[in-house]
Design a protein around this ligand. Structure first.
Ligand SMILES: C[S@@+](CC[C@H](N)C(=O)[O-])C[C@H]1O[C@@H](n2cnc3c(N)ncnc32)[C@H](O)[C@@H]1O
Length: 455
């Protein structure tokens, strides 16, 4: 079976450009940002424009700012993305041609199949642990987990007599997407009466849904090996932005203009408590004057949970695969963008109706994964998606599917899907998406990151 697809632009590169305003509070100078250039103008917000009508979430945000003063960018992003009733992710299924963006698992089944093969090679090299959890952070429609397990279990079956207890754990904030995931991966007996939703899955095991990484410890056991996937998840985590000024690190805050109703970013003239992070961490403090950096405390929280889950299994089994867009190991600067209907939009308009996304700081994931001396972790990558998929053999799978296709339409879908995933020019997914793996220390180098397949 082939999934029929229209191919809209991907999330990292939408078709329109984006502009929003940043105001330096010290000198009231407005910086107008676009995705391609940063220019400085002397304009302040236009107070003669008619006042914007605020939606419910924007009213809440404006009220909070009125009471507490400007809020951090991370607080603003958290509110917009995951407010329980009005947040972007909590209120919709945003994926697909009819939604706001399309992702690799939705483009072609080959993407998840290659990750399923990778998982099999790692599991096999770890002497085939019998009790495993497949944990996915931010599973969207559940398509990646579906394709991964389909190809992983086919490979496990080739070993014959292999007993395997496989449970799925999904970390998902959206009740709507939880339902979509249940339909695809289970379809029956959804139990919502307990603290965590549960249902049987299609491969003889259990699915458990949790809301955040903090619940994972409770729903996993020491004897289980945890295999963790995070695809286009880290880019949805809130970030704070800081600038290194001659007075020290200063934080960009979200403010609200009551006259025209607009939200905007302003550089705080005073130090905030969060300034301590870039001040004390050499990765940031060594940056040049005027550097702007993005820092995500949630990135650290999710990464340290991954590390704890890998360390928990005393047989040293388990692995995590993180796939997203971002620079190799450098620190992202001002990368926040809004996305709606496959186009870039200001992140400060239509609050809760626009997806917010940033470039992922793979260097920070690496630093966080290796910072706890009591948990010994090896980090591999980042490796560009096109290279990784080719090392896993996507070209052979594409050829196989192409030869089995029933008609020209199916052949075209396979060909287009393959090229979209692997092409490596600057604006293609094969170049901008990266793979990073975290494994218990001392194991073989995994395939896709320079290692071979162990028999
Ligand atoms: C960009 S979508 C990616 C979906 C899927 N991984 C894919 O690639 O098709 C982000 C996913 O993460 C979930 N999500 C976003 N922020 C989250 C958070 N703070 N906690 C848990 N889930 C979150 C969203 O609901 C959605 O399922």
């Amino acid at each position: 079976m082939f999934r029929l697809k229209i191919v809209p632009p991907i999330r990292r590169f939408c078709s329109s450009s984006i502009r929003y305003q940043i105001i330096n509070q010290a000198n009231k100078q407005t910086i107008s940002l676009s995705t391609t250039s940063t220019t400085s103008t002397s304009k302040t917000p236009n107070h003669t424009t008619p006042k914007l009508e605020l939606n419910k979430l924007a009213q809440i945000c404006a009220q909070v700012i009125k009471i507490t003063g400007p809020i951090s960018l991370s607080a603003f992003m958290r509110l917009c993305l995951t407010h329980p009733e009005l947040g972007y992710y909590t209120t919709r299924d945003p994926l697909g041609a009819k939604g706001d963006f399309v992702t690799s698992p939705e483009i072609s089944q080959m993407f998840g199949e290659m990750i399923g093969i990778w998982l099999f090679t790692v599991w096999n090299s770890q002497k085939k642990p019998k009790e495993i959890n497949l944990i996915e952070f931010g599973p969207g429609k559940g398509t990646l987990t579906f394709d991964v397990i389909k190809s992983f279990s086919k490979l496990v079956q080739t070993l014959k007599h292999e007993e395997l207890k496989l449970n799925i754990i999904l970390v998902e904030t959206s009740p709507i997407l939880k339902q979509v995931q249940h339909n695809l991966l289970s379809g029956k007996d959804l139990d919502t009466s307990k603290e965590f939703w549960e249902a049987p899955h299609k491969w003889n095991g259990k699915i458990t849904w949790v809301d955040t990484e903090k619940d994972l410890w409770e729903v996993t056991q020491q004897q289980e090996a945890n295999y963790i996937l995070a695809h286009e998840f880290y880019d949805a985590l809130p970030v704070s932005q800081f600038k290194k000024t001659e007075h020290g690190w200063r934080e960009y805050m979200v403010d609200h203009n009551e006259d025209d109703g607009t939200f905007f970013l302003g550089l705080n003239s005073q130090r905030t408590p969060s300034s301590a992070i870039p001040e004390t961490n050499p990765r940031y403090s060594s940056q040049n004057l005027d550097s702007i950096v993005e820092i995500s405390s949630e990135l650290h929280s999710y990464t340290s949970e991954i590390v704890k889950l890998l360390d928990r299994n005393k047989a040293q089994n388990g692995a995590a695969l993180i796939v997203d867009y971002g620079p190799d190991l450098e620190i992202p600067g001002m990368t926040l963008r809004g996305i709606k209907n496959h186009e870039f939009k200001s992140p400060f308009e239509d609050l809760g109706e626009v997806d917010l996304s940033v470039d992922v700081d793979f260097g920070a994931i690496k630093e966080s994964a290796t910072s706890d001396p009591s948990c010994q972790i090896d980090v591999f990558g980042p490796v560009q998606q096109g290279d990784w998929l080719h090392q896993l053999g996507i070209q052979f799978r594409a050829e196989q599917l192409y030869n089995k296709a029933k008609n020209d339409e199916e052949r075209e879908i396979i060909k287009t899907g393959y090229h979209r995933l692997v092409e490596k020019d600057d604006k293609s997914m094969g170049h901008i998406y990266k793979f990073m793996a975290l494994l218990p220390k001392g194991g073989p180098i995994p395939v896709g990151f320079g290692g071979g397949v162990e028999e």
